[in-house]
Design a protein around this ligand. Sequence first.
Ligand code: CP
Ligand code: NVA
Length: 308
Amino acid sequence: MLNPIKLASKNFLSSLDTSSEEFFHILEIAKNFKNKDLNIEHKDKVLGLIFDKSSTRTRVSFQVAMSRLGGTAIDLNPTTSQIGRGEPIRDTARVLSRYCDVLAIRTFEQSDLEEYAKWSSKPVINALTDIEHPCQALADYMTIKEEFLDFKNVVLTFIGDGNNVANSLILCGALLGVEVRIACPKGYEPNSLIINKAYDIYKKKSLLKITNDPNTAVLGANVLYTDVWSSMGEENQKEEKDKFFNGFTIDNDLLSKADKDAIILHCLPAYRSKEITDEVFESEKSRIFEQAENRLHVQQALLSCLLH
Ligand code: CP
Ligand code: NVA
């Protein structure tokens, strides 16, 4: 029977906290959980959730994943705990890791997440920061693998803001050797440190392309992916960004330039008629709800490896 392995890194703060072998292993465990071929018990284990930003999918899929492992999840609402009153992260982390067996944290700064990890005696998972969304990328690549069976010759084109989701897609693309093209308006390119890290990993540097032209980026692509133009925390930039992102909507015209068997992904929540048209969102090419479901399976797999 396939058994979850212990990951070399204690935490999952970044997509680069797994090796490519570990990444494939998590996808394999996730597939087995999804097919109900695997039953792993982590009875009495407790997952603490700290969410400084809103969430539907990440919060609920973590809660259900923990329940399927026989454990419990506690949602530590920052506004009703002392976190919201400014208790230092180093104190919160030392206390919570004496009660909980693993923590999943959604916050703004990656450095705050790292501070939690530094002071926590238990594993810490990145449930989204301004810079990365590695659990999302696990589900995204699981969905791509379900469709195309492997990553050879897969071209993933992300159209939109060079944000946390784009960054994690880039890093995982580098780990897996997937061709990743990012098309974003000038000035909204992904974080340069992330791009440089990815180029250091890619054996073939030409597999990562950053461009400002969505029309060339989609040519022959197998996966078209988009996300909101304004992420959580950027609400005051919405109007300005909407103007800059004109021309970056995934519509039927862009879709027609991709490979004829291309699929559509979106991490959700989606703003129809902004980053994607309703027609494309609801089309038979969409795998958006399979992708959302896969959040549950990959996180159950990740938890089972981290709780080893
Ligand atoms: N995709 C995603 O992380 O969704 P939530 O913000 O609802 O968790
Ligand atoms: N980029 C988005 C992702 C939401 C899941 C955000 O950070 O708001």
